[in-house]
Design a protein around this ligand. Sequence first.
Ligand code: GLY
Length: 253
Amino acid sequence: MFSMAIVRTPAKSLVDGITTAGLGKPDYDLALEQHRDYIRTLEACDLSVIILDADERYPDAQFVEDAALLLPRGAIFTRPGAESRRGEVAAVRSVLDDFYDQIDTVKAPGSADAGDIMVVGDHCYIGLSERTNHEGASQIISALESHGYTGSTLSISEALHLKSSVSYLENNRLVVSGELCDAVEFSGFDQIRLDQSERYAANCVWINDRVLVARGYPKSIEKIGATGLEIIELDVSEFCKLDGGLSCLSLRF
Ligand code: GLY
């Protein structure tokens, strides 16, 4: 169960965030409204939410999840794969020093976005992507092992991050889409396979037996709802335009 979350207010510069989506520029006011809704939802899921200030230098900083991997026995700060995002980590770290004694940091030439890391119990699956390289993953696995966890890698190519295509809903349940439907690493899970046309919905978030799912994906809602978990639909259209999703918008711990 989680009790805390960290989010970061989007800066006006979010309109210049990195994107491959081809969906146009996000509307800042609408993004802020969606972000406020997101915070209210985290609170409704019984989380205390720490809200970091916007920083105009970092158009992608609302995607706080990429800056750190937070586990019960330690925190690992990343070195984001996109150079424009590296400075985002400091603000996240400044609030977490109070919560963690055991802290590790990915160092050059390693790079990693924590959107590429899916936690399943004591094991972390790490996607090797355009953002997360072998060296970054290897440093993370060493840090995990020092805290009594394990890690393994798999290569991804279709989406920005591992968790763009797969989410763990606890109790061996995995929402999966695209290239990861056939990944041998995930063959032992109870898979909820999403249609290709709704693959964006694969980035959903388990929080204390509720699941946050992006609005606008009815077939996925039905499939995920069949688990019996309470579904909360949220509109994240403006973050989708920046290749971001529900999980990237917070760090839960
Ligand atoms: N726009 C989010 C990212 O590319 O990291």
